[in-house]
Design a protein around this ligand. Structure first.
Ligand code: ATP
Ligand code: MG
Length: 569
């Protein structure tokens, strides 16, 4: 049922299949996932991970490297490296022996830079950063040559060596590729390839104070590792010219092919690491693993399974044009997985006491419940039933509207897998008028939830036995962002668009007693309420905290239906 729906024949897989058929790169397929360790991975990264590792797995002898693009010591930390490794493994992928760091290549990259200088293909530029920007020109105007562009090779070598030696302050000089300041492609206008940064690096310590830039590092790291296909998102389209230029100038054995695809944009959330970091730093969420975050650690804590995320990445497919995916599709994928695998239990979020007047005071019945209605192999369990129960406050109305089929004065409903009950009275708080308890009668003939006389009831509600139930905290989540579009990208005030009601914490919920020992991270369906995950951080023995992964209402199914009927018209 949970099979992958779309066949894997996107444009990238076609290119690779053709290359393999023509024995290009001796028929090998080597891909890589190259995160910068400056934040936690998010669902967008999952798309890239599933693509790169997926393609490697689908091809005989294919491999995918995990490479940290760690060239900016000001933003990178070991914590991020560890979290990224954990998340890739959790998603179900394995880099085997191929764990690499761009920082492992610093020495080689330095020698390549010297090679460029010697060939007159790079120069030390001493313009201040704002001038470099100004000289770069615009989309409509060509750039201007830097006055340092024609420095002699010896002078460049000397300056670059002294940059490396720590003689100059940050920003005093940079090394630039000598390409073409008049190129219509701004990326080709003498890009900076090295800068001075007097910061210790989390792996190389104080060894370096010059660091290579993305455009220089990425293509050469790919080449050093023998990558055959370098898959990246569309914003690197213009950088491809630099990628190829650098490799063409240098004596390298391997020239990988860069292919761009559309990044994942998702509704009602943010995915830029800069914005996610801001949410974390300003305490607007609990941390990178806050269940509202689109990070893999947040989704994991929320209750998402690796399988559901892989399925999602499969379904969204691969395109050459950016678009946005509705969050409802991601929710649909986790629902589909948990529908099959999660056991059904009962819990009451906002308890309302029900006293069954005609039920014997000291009696307790253990009722047998199926763990999963569609899968007998998942077994059964016993759930206690007694005279005083809790039901959901929402499941009672003093004045019931027409189509309200749950409890109301005089109304008979089914208690799930237990008995029919009829509401015969209410207790109210004298001061506030709030209903504090319901009085009901039960029909002993309806045990198991059906009536031998064929009498039907329209409503079935869930319940727990008051004396036996476990008190628990439950957290309900809504979208992180109010705006459906991910246009907040350039908005510095995206904070204003945060959904202030994205978290609702309920502290006096009651759940089945058997959940006392629920394993942190495990997942259940609370009947009628949704799928929930036992919070791995805040739960303690005997005191589970439940995070709602997703409700039962499938808005994606509706969207899909609407799309289909629109197409049919
Ligand atoms: P930043 O926001 O700091 O630029 P990034 O999101 O590009 O970071 P990287 O660590 O550079 O993050 O990303 C690693 C890889 O994941 C890159 O190859 C990048 O193209 C890919 N990636 C990042 N975001 C998405 C996304 N939304 N959809 C698909 N792939 C993505
Ligand atoms: Mg990036």
């Amino acid at each position: 049922m949970n099979e992958i729906l779309s066949p894997k024949n996107d444009f990238i897989r076609q290119i690779i299949a053709d290359d393999v058929a023509q024995n290009k790169h001796q028929g090998r397929v080597v891909t890589r996932f190259p995160p910068e360790p400056n934040g936690y991975l998010h669902i967008g990264h999952a798309k890239s991970i599933c693509l790169n590792f997926g393609i490697a797995n689908e091809n005989d002898g294919g491999v995918c490297h995990l490479r940290f693009d760690d060239t900016n010591p000001t933003k990178e930390e070991l914590e991020y490296v560890e979290s990224i490794k954990r998340d890739v493994r959790w998603l179900g992928f394995d880099w085997g022996e191929h764990l690499h760091y761009a920082s492992d290549y610093f020495e080689k990259l330095y020698r390549y830079a010297v090679h460029l200088i010697k060939g007159g293909k790079a120069y030390v530029c001493s313009l201040p950063p704002d001038k470099i920007r100004e000289y770069r020109g615009t989309l409509t105007e060509p750039g201007k040559d830097s006055p340092y562009r024609d420095r002699r090779v010896e002078e460049n070598l000397d300056l670059f060596d002294r940059m490396k030696g720590g003689e100059f302050e940050d920003g005093a000089h940079v090394l630039r590729a000598k390409i073409n300041m008049a190129s219509p492609n701004i990326s080709m206008r003498d890009p900076v390839i090295y800068r001075i940064l007097k910061r210790p690096h989390h792996r190389t310590g104080d060894q370096w104070c010059i660091y290579p830039m993305y455009d220089f590092t990425h293509c050469l790291s790919d080449s050093i590792e023998g990558i055959t296909h370098s898959l990246c998102t569309l914003e690197f389209q213009d950088n491809r010219a630099v990628y190829d230029w650098v490799l063409d100038q240098l004596p390298v054995d391997c020239h990988p092919q860069q292919i761009e695809f559309a990044r994942l944009n998702l509704s009602n959330t943010v995915m830029s690491k800069r914005m996610l970091l801001k949410l974390v730093e300003e305490g607007l969420v609990e941390g990178w693993d806050d269940p509202r975050m689109p990070t893999l650690s947040g989704l994991r804590r929320r209750g998402y399974t690796p399988k559901s995320i892989r399925n999602f990445c499969e379904r969204i497919g691969l395109a050459k044009k950016n678009s946005q995916v509705d969050m409802a599709l991601l929710e649909h994928c986790i629902r589909e997985d948990l529908n099959e695998s999660a056991i059904r239990v009962m819990g009451v979020l906002r308890p309302l006491k029900v006293i069954i007047d005609n039920y014997p005071e000291d009696q307790v019945e253990d009722l047998e419940f199926q763990n999963h209605p569609g899968d007998a192999a998942m077994g059964t369990r016993m759930v206690p039933f007694s005279r005083v129960l809790y039901v959901e406050r929402d499941d009672f109305r003093e004045e019931a509207p027409k189509k309200f089929f749950r409890l109301a004065p005089g109304r008979e409903v089914r208690l799930r897998y237990a008995y029919y009950i009829t509401c015969v009275g209410m207790e109210k708080d004298e001061k506030t008028g709030e209903i504090t308890a319901l009085h009901c009668t039960y029909d002993p003939e309806t045990k198991g939830g059906s009536s031998p006389d064929g009498r039907k009831v329209k409503g079935t509600i869930h319940w727990v036995s008051a004396a036996h139930a476990l008190e628990a905290e439950v957290r309900l989540y809504d979208h992180l962002m109010l705006t459906p579009d991910e246009d907040q990208k350039e908005q510095p005030d995206f904070i204003d668009l945060l959904n202030k009601d994205s978290l609702e914490t309920l502290t006096s919920c009651r759940v089945e007693p058997g959940l006392r020992d629920a394993v942190p991270g495990s997942r259940v369906q609370f009947e009628r309420l949704g799928y929930f995950c036992v919070d791995p951080v805040d739960s303690s023995p005997g005191k589970p905290v439940f995070n709602r992964t997703v409700s039962l209402r499938d808005t994606w199914a509706k969207i899909e239906k609407a799309q289909k009927s629109k197409k049919a018209r």
